[in-house]
Design a protein around this ligand. Structure first.
Ligand code: SAM
Ligand code: FES
Length: 352
């Protein structure tokens, strides 16, 4: 058997590989290899989570952002982005609708919007928890101080998604303007962990300038940090950014990484992302078959969906929440899994 195939077996048995072995697993082009690693990852995921797929109701509550990440469609300098903020009432309505549809996790995601002081966010978080005490609240609102993260945790937030974007400092600096710092991103992740959140990190696959060595560093970081969740999806260009002409990340490589992350962290919560469904119409199904166990349907009101555009041709921008859930439920069952009505906490973590 080829070395990459036996490396997958070694990874399953020992939970680790040398750098050379990991690089060979990342880049193996042998016919049958993707299917081989995908099946191993999917059966490992089934040992921990069975056939269950957790759903997270994504509420994109603001597209104002003070940052200028070079890849992102809602970056500060994109004057073509039509900015919006959802009212507290809109957000609560989304959550009520989501609750009826079976969601038990709500994800508040947005740009880094200074309007959202700790006070305003804290009241949103505690409002959501009061309305739906059996639900988890996840925040995905970027870099803040440790004190701020603590206040939001005290207000009831359970989880936090903050992709590290790349574990290589030079690569990070090439993707972001000088005012943003790799060290601060890492500091934020450590603060979130220390406070007690279930934490998600992650990266785009195929971001401009990314090499296999960068991905190897990402995997080593993930292995060491042991996040409860890992968000990874393909980079997709946005027409109003300097990367407009760059190619999107590869579906194959994204699936490969999902499988490797599953093998490195068997109990991780791993979404099949909207970006994966954007570059390939059956990308999310493929993601589930490669080891993912979470999907994140959009609960934002249809009136704002077309405005939260991180990249071009984003899917699901015209649908009602109920439609999204129906569509995803049939995709999940086509992949051989089932959506469950559950908070879907990480198996080693207690509720906040
Ligand atoms: N502002 C928050 C933050 O920085 O974590 C949350 C929102 S941010 C838009 C969420 C994620 O979208 C980023 O971490 C990034 O990985 C991803 N993203 C941004 N632009 C993208 C693009 N062009 N293609 C694919 N993913 C993108
Ligand atoms: Fe802020 Fe993308 S630059 S969310």
């Amino acid at each position: 058997m080829n070395d990459s195939f036996s490396a997958v077996d070694k990874l399953l048995e020992t939970g680790n590989l040398t750098d050379g072995e990991l690089l060979s697993v990342l880049s193996c082009q042998d016919p049958g290899f993707s299917e081989y690693i995908g099946k191993k990852a999917a059966s490992l995921r089934e040992e921990y989570y069975g056939k269950d797929v957790y759903i997270r109701g994504l509420i994109e509550f603001t597209n104002h952002c003070k940052n200028n990440c070079k890849y992102c469609g809602i970056r500060r300098d994109n004057k073509n982005a039509e900015r919006y903020r959802l009212s507290e009432e809109d957000i609560f309505n989304c959550s009520d609708r989501g609750y009826e549809l079976g969601f038990r996790t709500f994800v508040l995601q947005g740009g880094e919007d200074p309007y959202y002081t700790d006070e305003r966010l804290g009241s949103l978080v505690s409002g959501l928890k009061n309305r739906h005490p059996d639900c988890a609240v996840t925040l995905s609102i970027g870099e803040r101080s440790e004190e701020s993260y603590q206040r939001l945790f005290n207000a009831g937030a359970d989880r936090y998604l903050l992709r590290h974007e790349t574990a290589d400092k030079d690569h990070y600096e090439s993707l972001h303007p000088a005012e943003m710092s790799f060290d601060n991103r890492m500091r934020c992740l450590r603060s979130l962990r220390k406070i007690g959140y279930q934490v998600g990190c992650g990266m785009m696959v195929g971001s401009p300038g990314q090499t296999m060595e960068h991905l190897l560093k990402d995997l080593r970081f993930i292995q060491e940090f042991k996040p409860e969740m890992v968000g990874l999806g393909p980079f997709i260009p946005h027409q109003d950014t300097e990367y407009a002409q760059m190619p999107a990340g590869s579906v194959e490589l994204t699936l490969r990484l999902l499988s490797i992350v599953r093998l490195l962290l068997p109990d991780v919560l791993l979404p099949a992302t909207t970006a994966l469904g954007t570059v390939d119409p059956t990308g999310r199904e493929k993601g589930l078959k490669a080891g993912a166990n979470v999907v994140m349907p959009n609960l934002s009101p249809p009136k704002v969906r077309g405005k939260y555009l991180l990249y071009d041709n984003k899917i699901c921008t015209g649908d009602e929440a109920a439609e999204c859930v129906r569509c995803l439920a049939s995709r999940v069952s086509a992949a051989g899994y089932r959506i469950v009505e559950s908070r879907g906490d990480h198996i080693n973590k207690h509720c906040n």
